[in-house]
Design a protein around this ligand. Structure first.
Ligand code: IPD
Ligand code: CA
Ligand code: CA
Length: 260
C-alpha cells in the first residue's frame, strides 16, 4: 500500500467534506437528534457522502466505518474510519470549532491520520513512522514537565448523565492540579492540540473509534504517550483515552485514578 497516495486521497476527501461544512455553516435547515444531546445535521451526512465518494473512487475494495452511515465491508484488510463532522454540537450552534477526521487502519493498526479544521484551514496529518505535520510542517508535543504547569483539555460523551460523578471528580482533580482544563467540543482537534503542544494532556471516556483514530496516530507520531486510564497501551476499541506529552503521563494517571 502506497500510504503517500492514500494520504493524498484522504486529503482530497477531507477538503471535499470541508466544502460542505463551510457552505452550510450557519445555514442548517434541520437538526435531528440521535439521542437527547447527540445531534446530526444535513452537514454531517453531506460531508460524509463526499468523503466516502472520494475514497471509494480511489479504493473500491477498502472497508469503511463512517459515523453516520456505519460499516461497509471491503475485500482486503484496510479500513477507513471517518468522522465527517467532529464537533456537531458546536457546529449546530454556529461555534466555529469543529473538524473532519479520517484515518486508515490495517486491521486495527492505524497507518494514516488526517484532521482538518475547515474554518482555519489547519490540516494535521501523520503516516505511521513518518512523523506528524501541520500544513506540511513537522511538530512535536510540548516539553512541560509537570501537571502544575500544564494546560489540559477534556470532553464529555453524550451519555454523560451515566458517568457524571466520576467525570466531574476527574475534572475537579485535574482543574485543581493544573493551569486549567478546557472543554472545546471536538475530540479530534483536542488530541491534535496536544500533539502540537498547545495542550499538554487530554482525556475522555466513551469516544468512538472514528473520534480518536486519526488524532491518535498524529499525536503518537508527534511523540505523545497514549494509554487508557490504567496505563494500558492505546487501542481504538478501548473506551478510555489519555493522551499526554509523555512527561506528565504518570502524574495524569494518578490524578485520573478515582479514590473513594
Ligand atoms: C463528539 C466530540 C466531542 C466529544 C464527544 C464526541 P461528534 O463528536 O468529539 O468533543 O466530547 O464525546 O462524541 O458527535 O461531534 O462527532
Ligand atoms: Ca466525533
Ligand atoms: Ca461526528
Amino acid at each position: 500500500m502506497d500510504l503517500e497516495h492514500a494520504k493524498r486521497v484522504g486529503i482530497a476527501a477531507a477538503y471535499a467534506g470541508a466544502q460542505v461544512l463551510r457552505d452550510r455553516f450557519g445555514n442548517i435547515s434541520q437538526i435531528n437528534k440521535k439521542g437527547d444531546f447527540d445531534l446530526v445535521t444535513e452537514a454531517d451526512t453531506g460531508s460524509e457522502k463526499k468523503i466516502i465518494a472520494t475514497i471509494r473512487q480511489a479504493f473500491p475494495d477498502h472497508a469503511i466505518l463512517a459515523e453516520e452511515s456505519g460499516a461497509s465491508e471491503g475485500t482486503g484488510e484496510y479500513r477507513w474510519l471517518i468522522d465527517p463532522l467532529d464537533g456537531t454540537t458546536n457546529y449546530a450552534h454556529q461555534l466555529p470549532f469543529f473538524s473532519i477526521a479520517i484515518a486508515l487502519a490495517l486491521r486495527d493498526e492505524i497507518m494514516l491520520g488526517l484532521v482538518l479544521n475547515p474554518m482555519d484551514g489547519e490540516l494535521y496529518s501523520a503516516i505511521s513512522g513518518k512523523g506528524a505535520e501541520l500544513n506540511g510542517k513537522s511538530f512535536k508535543v510540548s516539553s512541560t514537565a509537570s501537571v502544575y504547569d500544564s494546560l489540559l483539555v477534556t470532553g464529555f460523551p453524550y451519555d454523560f448523565s451515566e458517568i457524571v460523578e466520576p467525570a466531574m471528580k476527574r475534572f475537579t482533580v485535574c482543574q485543581l492540579a493544573s493551569q486549567g482544563v478546557r472543554r472545546l467540543g471536538s475530540a479530534a482537534l483536542d488530541i491534535c492540540y496536544v500533539a502540537c503542544g498547545r495542550f499538554d494532556g487530554f482525556w475522555e471516556k466513551n469516544l468512538k473509534p472514528w473520534d480518536k483514530a486519526a488524532g491518535a496516530i498524529i499525536a503518537a507520531e508527534a511523540g505523545a504517550v497514549i494509554t487508557n486510564f490504567s496505563n494500558q497501551p492505546f487501542s481504538i476499541n478501548q473506551n478510555e483515552i489519555l493522551v499526554t506529552n509523555g512527561r506528565i503521563h504518570q502524574e495524569m494517571l494518578s490524578l485520573l485514578k478515582l479514590k473513594d
